[in-house]
Write a protein that binds this ligand. Structure first.
Ligand SMILES: NC(=O)c1ccc[n+]([C@@H]2O[C@H](COP(=O)([O-])OP(=O)(O)OC[C@H]3O[C@@H](n4cnc5c(N)ncnc54)[C@H](OP(=O)(O)O)[C@@H]3O)[C@@H](O)[C@H]2O)c1
Length: 349
């Protein structure tokens, strides 16, 4: 079969190659890939790799189950699914077939296209782990409206937009978010009570003005770049302290968190129980259990229309268009949408 591998040194490059169709392990699913979602992590993981260490960085997959491992009881050949592939491991989604753990695979309801579904697995689980496992906010299964203010920095990012939808389902409020070119999209989600335009500057003051004296103690930094942590820290400190969850490391290596601000990191690999510098083994195991049920809950809320995929744009030429798409993500040119590669669009397979 065809697979695309990418590497970032000396510059972002992709190469298509022929490999054997992989076989699923006992707890894995083999998927005939229809669409693969591109992510900012693709260039981040590839940037220090030279050609000899090129990887198939496709971790967001949608398609049809082709075969399953001996322990898999939930899926069968022919099922329409989306799945989160283990990052950095072989047999990713930039290929005609991919392998994913059955625990991070979920059914796509008929109303959700493969293209829309391919943008779901990684970013939606990042949002869910950040809100519920890291920040400990109430799940949508907890009834009643909660007077629990939440700041989601980056409402037009895929992770931020999914977090906004989950926060609304959890009945949290007020929900404050920050966006720019993607403001109209964020408004269309009808989840945030206040949307701050970062292009106008003075973002911390604008957030505090929107809160009108109400403290906010929980924040998800779905941008984790361009000084977002400093703005959030100012808001939390002005609120008497709180917790920030970040998706990427703080850019400023000398940065010190104030005593009143608790910092945590989300690393979505914990969805398949992988630990990380900031995520203990115990936490990773707990996140793996959480991801198992929450992916199945995502199938349910997609089917009932309570949750919707991020808008998407299909790149041209399938696998051959991935590098250009990843480069646009790297350059910050993509606003409020997922880029998706449709495998059958790839020429000369
Ligand atoms: N740790 C993990 O496991 C993990 C998992 C997933 C993602 N991440 C990281 O999380 C970040 C978001 O990922 P993603 O896939 O959700 O990104 P994305 O959808 O590609 O993000 C694009 C959006 O970023 C927004 N943005 C850029 N600068 C901003 C700013 N200063 N303030 C507010 N919004 C800003 C833009 O909003 P406008 O269009 O409104 O300008 C744009 O729509 C990336 O850094 C990614 O690497 C980490």
């Amino acid at each position: 079969m065809d697979e695309l591998v990418i590497y970032g040194t000396p510059k972002l490059t992709g190469e298509r190659r022929k490999v054997e169709i992989p076989k699923p392990g006992p707890d894995e699913v083999l998927i005939k890939v229809v669409a693969a979602g591109l992510n900012p992590k693709d260039w981040k993981f590839a940037r220090r790799r030279t050609k000899d260490r090129a990887i198939n960085a496709g971790d967001d997959v949608s398609g049809i189950v082709e075969s399953v491992g001996s322990n898999v009881f939930e899926y069968k050949p022919g099922d329409r699914v989306a799945a989160f592939h283990r990052m950095g491991e072989p047999s990713g989604g930039y290929a005609q077939h991919a392998i994913a753990p059955s625990s991070t695979t979920f059914l796509l309801p008929p109303r959700i296209s493969f293209e829309a579904g391919a943008g779901l697995p990684l970013s939606s689980m990042t949002a869910a782990i950040a809100l519920y496992q890291a920040l400990g906010l109430p799940l949508p299964t907890m009834p009643g409206k909660k007077d629990l203010p939440l700041l989601i920095y980056g409402g037009a990012t895929a992770v931020g937009a999914f977090a906004l939808q989950f926060a609304k389902l959890s009945n949290l409020g007020p929900i404050i978010t920050v966006a720019g070119a993607g403001i109209d999209f964020v408004e269309s989600l009808d989840a945030a009570t206040h949307i701050i335009d970062y292009r106008q500057g003075n973002v911390a003051q604008a957030i505090l003005a929107a809160l009108d004296g109400k403290p906010v103690h929980h924040a998800l930094d779905a941008v984790s770049a361009r000084g977002s942590h400093e703005i959030i820290t100012d808001v939390l400190v002005a609120s008497g302290g709180g917790e920030i969850n970040m998706l990427d490391p703080v850019e400023d290596e000398g940065w010190q968190w104030p005593d009143t601000v608790k910092f945590s990191r989300t690393f979505v690999a914990s969805a398949y129980s992988q630990k990380h510098e900031h995520i203990s083994e115990e936490q990773a195991i707990a996140d793996g259990e959480f991801a198992y049920f929450f992916y199945r809950y995502i199938s349910h809320i997609l089917a009932t229309g309570k949750f919707r995929p991020h808008p998407h744009e299909v790149v041209s030429r399938g696998l051959d268009g991935v590098v250009e798409g990843v480069q646009s993500l790297c350059e910050g040119k993509v606003s409020a949408k997922k880029l998706i590669a449709r495998i059958t669009d790839t020429p000369n397979q």
